[in-house]
Ligand binder design. Structure first.
Ligand code: SAH
Length: 271
């Protein structure tokens, strides 16, 4: 994963601070909003997390899906669970796509949307049974996120969160340096689980997203969308720079995929 301009790889605010061009934000939204997902993931993996979390289809629950994007996980959660879902993202454009999809799947009555930053959520203490977040918590940082969101969970509530993770003990210096700049919080699963333990959670399960979640579900569809995106943008220099940067991110993943992935962490809030 690269600094690129992929939403999953770098905090959007950070990107904006770096490039300081609102135009780039508009371009990024235009590139990503038609996609099924805005980061690596998969339906099978969302289902696996549901199962590992022990979430059945019986008792009604309240769930918040934070950094929902256009709703790949939200829609599946709404179909699979007896849940009232609050889907949160700070991009109104993504949320609009989600609302449209929820409507056309007949799921609007289960999903309410909120355009809001994940570090300033207007939720009540102990409001939610489950907090779900796929490929998004890096935007505020894993430690800060799991600590901040804990108060929104009921006692013994569940946290399900995916986070970029080292899957080998050591790695090439080039890759390490890259991530030290992009997301210094990248770490091993044991370190992430330690953070959960130290933040008042009891870890229940962890698994690694397989390669298909990156390539088949995210990068390949993104690459197929480049020609239309460039055409829509009149092949502007900015749009070409965005494509180049996404391609760089994809090449980095293809080269070093044995060293990193997203880990999916499932934990219960302690009483
Ligand atoms: N969960 C989705 C999207 C992952 S990409 C999926 O798996 O497809 C990360 C998402 O986080 C993007 O939709 C982006 O708009 C959102 N995001 C980035 N910073 C945010 C913030 N500070 N608050 C809320 N959402 C944010």
């Amino acid at each position: 994963m690269l600094p690129a301009n992929g939403f999953h790889s770098v905090c959007l605010r950070e990107q904006l601070a770096r490039v300081y061009l609102v135009d780039d934000y508009t371009l990024l939204i235009d590139l990503h909003k038609r996609a099924e997902r805005q980061g690596p993931g998969g339906s099978a993996e969302t289902r696996r997390a549901i199962e590992l979390a022990g979430l059945g289809n019986s008792d009604p629950i309240k769930l918040a899906d934070i950094g929902c994007g256009t709703g790949a996980s939200t829609l599946l959660l709404a179909q699979s669970l007896n849940a009232r879902i609050t889907a949160v993202d700070f991009s109104p454009e993504f949320v609009e796509q989600l609302r449209y999809k929820a409507e056309s799947h007949g799921l609007s009555n289960r999903i309410s949307t909120l355009v809001c930053s994940m570090d300033n959520l207007p939720f009540d203490n102990e409001e939610y049974d489950v907090i779900w977040s796929e490929g998004a918590i890096y935007n505020m940082g894993f430690k800060k996120g799991v600590e901040a969101w804990k108060r929104f969970l009921k006692p013994r509530g569940l946290l399900v969160v995916s986070e970029i993770t080292w899957i080998t003990h050591s790695r090439p210096p080039e890759l390490q340096q890259y991530w030290d700049t992009e997301y210094p919080e990248i770490d091993t699963a044991s370190a992430k689980i330690g953070i959960l333990e130290n933040s008042g959670y009891s870890p229940i399960a962890y698994f690694v997203l397989p390669e298909c979640c990156w390539l088949d579900n995210y990068y390949r569809p993104l690459q197929s969308s480049f020609p239309d995106f460039l055409r829509r943008q009149g092949y502007s220099q900015e749009s070409q720079a965005i494509v180049a940067s996404e391609e760089k991110e994809i090449a980095l993943y293809e080269r070093y995929k044995s060293h990193y992935s997203y880990g999916v962490y499932i934990a219960r809030k302690l009483d």
